[in-house]
Design a protein around this ligand. Sequence first.
Ligand SMILES: [Zn+2]
Length: 188
Amino acid sequence: MAGVRSRRPGPFSRNVRDIVRKPGQMREVEFTAAAPERWGEGLVSVPEGTPITVEARFESVHEGILVTAEAEAEYIGECGRCLTELRESLRVEFQELFAYPGEEEADLEVQDDHVDLETEVRDAIVLSLPFQPVCRPDCPGLDPDTGEPAADGTSSDARETLDPRWAALAGLKTDADGDADADSSTQT
Ligand SMILES: [Zn+2]
């Protein structure tokens, strides 16, 4: 439910008066608007106030204004495996017809010569948020012993392929782990 309609155009509303009822006319716009509330309920979401960049093409057709748009936003949250903070950007696209009011029953209407893209932008973004976000595809998750994010280089695979040039780095890493000496005998 969209709730009560406000009279003032929202941040994602755009004036299309110049092409209303002029089939064949077309216009392209680009704008940035802030997410008016938190978008998404899962491990990751788009916080309120996040700038959302929208590139849209408005085409006047017989029934209304056909909107083809792309939107880009940054979302934050945590990796579903190791709980590391995530910050990623997301790009979505959609196409919707905003019908002229009064002619046919329509979900989206041109109102006062405006089209309001907020619901479409929000829905497209929320549906594209990863359900099981990971910081990287091979995130090892949490170390079962310490409950901390498992460090690279502690698995036997990583050690076998260790390049001498990285040995110094690996040394730093295992020092930080503290239990690097023990892991070769406990892992199978
Ligand atoms: Zn992770």
